[in-house]
Write a protein that binds this ligand. Structure first.
Ligand SMILES: [Zn+2]
Length: 350
């Protein structure tokens, strides 16, 4: 946004504050009609803190040995997800109901062994070729030399269990005849902690053509509260929402204002922010291919990348509320009349 203002002044096209620009933004906002709000609430309410907690105590348990990419603990975590989707009757988009997108050892370095992304699909009822990807990484840091396990409950167990609950909610809606018009791809990515390798593999070997991929909502840590928000935990950081599609940004805001009223904190979306979170999780590989993204993030905390990132420290009510927000945002993108518009193709902006 800052860059845009600066360029506009330099090129004398006008600044962000001109009435014309403001009117264009207003027309984007006015054009967003929230779909089926009672139905969204009904299915969002199937996402519960109780179930999120149950899943996370399993996923972030010692059994999965810190889920290091290519190691037995990570393979067990993938198997856990596959079993869940099989039992929930959420289909695999891959042949033979495998749920696995295998990634060969050659894609990794440093002796990392072969691994896999885990995929499940809720096929759209009207425009199945248009796909919204909801993603989170399934891998973590493994076991320390002294034997301590990196449980990764927040990173990214929180995102993983959010995906499990959202898949269940969309699948239930579909069984009731209320399935999403566009397809929802649930994408559990491996290799994030070793350089976003799972998402890098997906975008170079996409299961659905990237040109039909409407948006990526990526979750990496949404179960905790950082120091900045100790006194007002009803927040989430959003990063990237306005970079490629202003429409996505205003959809996200309108959905939040309609349903959940979470404080959407954009401080890390500043292009000059020194943390550069925009480029630091899996959504970046989608954004690099021109796909609009939102990255959902609770910020860093004292247990970030420590063996003390355990499930007892997760705020489950908050995790539920944030998951519902992401679910409702995906519902809107999947069900609105027109496909989400990139800014350069949005007639309301140009
Ligand atoms: Zn992470």
């Amino acid at each position: 946004m800052k860059t845009f203002c600066l360029l506009s002044v330099l090129t004398l096209v006008g600044t962000c504050a001109t009435p014309k620009y403001t009117a264009r933004i207003q027309s984007i906002k006015d054009n967003i009609k929230i779909n089926d709000s009672a139905i969204v609430t009904k299915y969002a309410n199937t996402i519960t803190s109780k179930e999120l907690k149950k899943h996370l105590y399993q996923f972030a348990s010692a059994e999965f040995e810190g889920r290091k990419t290519g190691e037995p603990g990570q393979r067990k975590a993938s198997e856990f997800l596959k079993t869940y989707y099989t039992n929930q009757d959420v289909k695999s988009p891959l042949p033979n109901n495998s749920y696995y997108q295998s990634i060969p050892e050659s894609h990794f370095s440093n002796n990392i062994k072969e691994s896999e992304n885990v995929l499940a699909i809720i096929e759209g009822t009207e425009k199945p070729d248009e796909v919204i990807i909801i993603s989170a990484h399934l891998d973590h840091l493994g076991v320390e030399k002294n034997g301590s396990i990196n449980y990764g409950a927040d990173d990214d167990g929180s995102g993983t269990v959010a995906l499990m609950e959202m898949a269940e909610a969309f699948e239930q809606a579909k069984k009731d005849g209320m399935g999403p018009k566009r397809s929802i791809l649930i994408l559990h990515l491996t290799g994030e902690e070793i350089g976003k390798k799972g998402s890098d593999y997906y975008v170079t070997h996409p299961i659905y053509p990237l040109k039909n991929t409407v948006a990526n909502l990526n979750i990496d840590m949404i179960g905790r509260v950082d120091k900045i928000h100790n006194n007002n935990p009803n927040y989430i950081y959003l990063i990237g929402s306005n970079r490629l599609s202003k429409e996505l940004h205003y959809i996200s805001e309108k959905v939040n204002n309609t349903f959940y009223n979470i404080d959407l904190d954009y401080r890390y979306n500043d292009e000059h922010d020194r943390n550069q979170y925009y480029s630091r999780s899996d959504h970046y590989n989608f954004a690099s291919h021109g796909i609009p993204v939102i990255f959902y993030f609770n910020g860093e905390h004292e247990d970030y990348h420590q063996t003390t990132d355990t499930p007892d420290k997760i705020e489950y009510e908050l995790l539920e509320k944030r998951t519902k927000l992401i679910f409702a945002t995906a519902w809107q993108i999947a069900n609105q009349d027109h496909r989400l518009l990139l800014d350069d193709k949005n007639q309301l902006l140009n």
